[in-house]
Write a protein that binds this ligand. Structure first.
Ligand code: CAA
Ligand code: NAI
Length: 699
């Protein structure tokens, strides 16, 4: 039950905001706060107020779940409450006991003094939801910390630790010990001084300083457009801070309000709010309850220290977990460990890691050349070559050596986790942990549930994902799991499009403009074209089909053009540059391939390119969902945003599909099916939902 509790401490009224889990400012909480304020402000015996939060958080912001829902007409707004507090005749002190985010910090900024616990964090993260601070944050923060510091906080949305908040001037003091007692004492002192309370809106010095820098806002707009390409909210945040500088306070507040309302109704904010909740939903597994016991992971081992193994080991070290890496030869081990050390040194050189911390992390990674040395590990992650026979051999050995309770995980990207589990006597402890390259950077982790993976193994690996800073998504066993299976559907169409008439740079431009960091061809060049070439050759040898779509990709590989690593692939790369340059030789290969296949090339517009790439991707997602390989549509969105750079402001492919309307997509897929055959058959789930007028988010 959301409510505010009032406690008298002498002449000070302590108001504790209590609305678990994050004390979000719901209508119910605001109503209760408004009632206490109305009564308390009339009482002469109350000489000051302290505002604090129950539990570990001060206030996590407005209640995001209530956005876009009808509000009772007489419900008090946060802005009204803030107005009352700032204009009160008696002082208000915010006792910031934990996170003060969004509307929570805005509430604190309206108080006349702020004290923070050392572990508190302060910020205005609204921009991450496609919004901007809507209750005076863009007007008051610059007055306290200066325009540039405020812009950095509001545009990035990052939370600052209490100490940084003190240095910036957001809080008046960081109070170790009993925060509430300190806040009450501070409130008493302010009340005793008898001066009118200090209003943040009246602090002018730092705002005036910005007028001396005429190019400041233009510079921020330009840099922000680069840093947050495609995102609308960061620009609107800058507009509002500019209003704080150029307009009187009340006018600035009005401009902020109008911008906030525009943002709440925007498509981008709807998408980003969906992503916020999707990121939290993903941890919930219907048949693995939150109280499922997990294996405490105190030490880890990684088998194979190549591209993936090295990055995986770094994740453990970064989280403070000792990790042993095993390689097949001394040379390979030395090479792998040297790359890890080089990666850490590069991070340190950029100033993102201190020397001592770097050494500590490197010290947590131990190289080994024998499996004997992983005996004590709680989890072993295998990242050797992608060959079933090698994987089986490794797992049989691991099963014999690793302690009985240890989890044995595989980083395979294409092989059957159940077949790997079957060579062990502990298939319930075997699971896939599919990291994305570079494994120490990419946030996504597809945790692949085998037929026999136990609930404890699943819960342990999901918890571990969080601990090592990843977003773990539980998926089922199938070719390519969720992400790569969908990627395949998408790149296949991109490859068909170039045979029908488009060129790689044209396809890439459409995808880049849509918001991906790069198009499918530049991505192929980055990942290495030989990887998928080898997979295609293996499948062909195993009797699989050789789709003509890949004819040009195969020929590039035959020419030794593997992408960036060989200086050429779909594009050319100047020495030392990662910028793709269209290559006439590739165009020639493409035209020749079209002719050989008897295809008359035609002009293909941007809209068609986008549909051809995105609708089959969505269609494959629908099949995955129908087959139960992903738990929910929003999990697929999380996979694509965090693993493949799908623009978060479009909410992920399944959310995007819902916004377009499944009837439209189903109709387009029927047309494509007719034109291109079985590969583009509309998914049954897509047809069912479209017929019922529903979306993936509401099956
Ligand atoms: N509204 C509604 N629910 C919220 C919420 C909010 N502002 N913030 C968190 N929650 C919910 C989460 O969905 C989650 O719910 P479930 O347990 O049902 O999944 C639960 O609270 C716990 O959240 P976390 O797992 O994120 O908890 P945490 O302790 O790791 O982090 C936090 C706490 C830092 C506050 C983090 O939740 C967060 O960043 N929240 C969003 C903060 C934010 O963006 N606030 C701005 C809101 S907009 C605004 O305030 C506009 C304005 O100016 C008026
Ligand atoms: P890699 O070739 O860079 O590294 C594999 C390493 O394993 C080599 O250093 C090799 O010496 C070592 N190795 C081979 N057999 C071994 C054994 N028996 N004992 C100990 N070490 C052994 O390969 P990469 O790219 O790191 O891939 C590893 C696994 O990760 C594969 O299963 C791959 O499919 C998967 N994967 C790869 C991704 C990528 O982008 N490279 C992405 C996601 C998964």
């Amino acid at each position: 039950m959301a409510e505010v509790q009032l406690e008298r401490r002498g002449s000070v009224a302590v108001l504790t905001l209590d609305n678990p889990p994050v004390n979000a400012l719901s209508v119910a909480l605001l109503t209760s706060l408004a009632q206490h304020l109305a009564a308390g402000l009339k009482e002469p015996a109350i000489k000051a107020f302290v505002l604090t939060g129950a539990g570990k958080i001060f206030v996590g912001g407005a209640d995001i779940r209530e956005f876009g829902k009808p509000r009772p007409p007489d419900a008090p707004t946060l802005a009204e409450i803030i107005e009352k507090i700032e204009n009160a005749r008696v002082p208000f002190v915010a006792a910031i006991n934990g996170v003060a985010a969004g509307g929570g910090l805005e509430l604190a900024l309206a108080c006349h003094a702020r004290l923070a616990a050392p572990a508190a964090r302060l910020g205005l993260p609204e921009v991450k939801l496609g919004l901007l601070p809507g209750a005076g944050g863009t007007q008051r923060l610059p007055r306290l910390v200066g325009v540039e510091a405020a812009l950095e906080m509001i545009v990035s949305g990052e939370l600052k630790p209490a100490q940084a908040g003190l240095e910036l001037g957001i809080v008046d003091a960081v109070a170790g010990g009993d925060l509430l007692t300190a806040a009450v004492a501070h409130a008493e002192t302010l009340a005793a001084a008898g001066k009118p309370p200090r209003k943040t809106r009246e602090i002018g010095g730092k705002i005036a300083a910005a007028n001396a820098k005429p190019d400041l806002f233009a510079g921020w707009r330009k840099e922000t457009a680069r840093r947050f390409r495609g995102y609308e909210a960061p620009q609107r945040c800058i507009d509002c801070v500019e209003a704080a500088v150029k307009l009187p306070f009340a006018e600035g507040l009005k401009a902020e309000r109008a911008a906030f309302l525009e943002r709440v109704g925007s498509e981008q904010s709807k998408a980003l709010r969906h992503v916020f909740f999707a990121e939290r939903e993903v941890a919930k597994i219907p048949d693995v309850p939150p109280d499922t016991p997990t294996l405490p992971i105190k030490s880890a081992a990684v088998i194979g220290c190549g591209t993936m193994g090295g990055g995986i080991a770094m994740n453990f070290a970064n989280a403070g977990i000792p990790v042993t890496v095993v390689e097949s030869t001394k040379e390979a081990l030395e090479r792998g460990l040297a790359i890890i050390a080089k990666n850490y040194a590069a991070t340190a050189a950029k100033g993102r890691l201190g020397q001592a911390e770097m050494e500590k992390r490197i010290g947590l990674i131990k190289g080994a050349s024998s499996f004997e040395e992983i005996k004590g590990a709680d989890i072993v992650i295998e990242a050797v070559f992608e060959e079933m026979e090698i994987k089986k051999e490794v797992f049989a050995k691991l099963d014999a050596i690793a302690k009985p309770e240890a989890i044995l995980a595989t980083n395979t990207s294409t092989l059957d986790v159940d077949a790997i589990a079957a060579v062990t006597k502990r298939p319930e402890k075997v699971i896939g942990t599919h990291f994305f390259s570079p494994a120490n950077v990419m946030r996504l982790l597809e945790n692949v549930r085998g037929k026999k993976s136990s609930k404890e193994t699943i819960a342990s690996v999901m918890a571990l994902s969080r601990r090592i800073g990843k977003i773990g998504v539980l998926v089922g066993v199938c070719d390519g799991f969720v992400g790569n299976r969908m990627l395949h559907a998408y790149t296949r169409q991109a490859n068909s499009l170039i045979l029908e008439g488009a060129l790689p740079h044209e396809v890439d431009k459409v995808i880049y403009d849509f918001g991906f960091p790069m198009g499918p061809f530049a991505m192929g060049d980055l990942a290495g074209l030989d990887v998928s070439w080898r997979i295609r050759k293996r499948r062909l040898a195993e009797g699989g089909d050789n789709h003509p779509a890949y004819i040009v990709g195969d020929r590039l590989c035959e020419l030794g053009r593997f992408g960036q690593k060989t200086g050429a692939g779909w594009f050319r790369y100047e020495a030392g540059s990662r910028t793709p340059v269209p290559d006439p030789l590739v165009e020639e290969l493409i035209l020749k391939a079209s002719a050989e296949l008897g295809i008359t090339r035609r002009k293909i517009g941007g809209e068609e390119i986008l549909e051809r790439c995105m609708y089959p991707l969505i269609n494959e997602g629908a099949k995955i969902l129908d087959e139960g390989l992903a738990l929910r549509a929003s999990d697929i969105d999380i996979v694509w945003i965090n693993g493949y750079g799908f623009p978060a402001y479009r909410g992920g492919p399944m959310f995007y599909a819902d916004r377009i309307g499944l009837a439209t997509i189903a109709q387009a897929m029927r047309r494509l099916h007719e034109q291109h055959g079985a590969i583009l058959r509309p998914a049954a789930l897509l047809e069912r939902l479209a017929a019922a007028g529903k979306g993936f988010g509401e099956p």
